[in-house]
Design a protein around this ligand. Structure first.
Ligand SMILES: [Zn+2]
Length: 139
């Protein structure tokens, strides 16, 4: 297959560094079916096309699922309680991440508005902006 220019898709290490160090959420868009995914990959999960085009995503989204973690994994040993969440980003795509200081399932109800909160901690960290069904407070 012919390609134009340098390959746009970088490695998973660059992808992770993007949200851990450069404080941006990266996504990939399929050049054929335009499907957008916030999960690193080499080919479109819907139609198999490759290579994928790189895209940047805005920092906000809404929780679609989550669970409170009382017994932390090694990476987040000192962060409990926290919540693992799956977030549907406003720009499209879903990504899994976590939120500090959450010890009630009610605080991560589906629809809760969150914002990407880059930090030195591992993974994709979010912070709560507004409860489900409410609009964010004006800045
Ligand atoms: Zn596709």
């Amino acid at each position: 297959m012919a390609t134009e220019g340098p390959p746009p898709v970088h490695g998973i290490a660059d992808f992770v560094r993007g949200y851990e160090a450069e404080e941006i959420l990266l996504a990939f868009r399929c050049p054929r079916c335009r499907s957008l995914t916030a999960t690193w990959g080499l080919a479109c999960s819907r139609c198999g096309a490759r290579p994928l085009e790189e895209a940047r995503l805005g920092p906000t989204g809404r929780i679609v699922a989550g669970t409170v973690v009382a017994v932390p994994g090694d990476e987040l040993l000192n962060e409990a309680p926290y919540a693992y969440v799956v977030v549907a980003l406003d720009d499209g795509g879903r990504i899994s991440g976590w939120i500090r200081g959450v010890d009630r399932e009610a605080d991560i109800a589906p629809g809760t508005l969150v914002r990407f909160a880059p930090s030195y901690r591992p993974g994709v960290q979010f912070e709560r902006i507004a409860p489900a069904g409410e609009r964010p407070e004006p800045p």
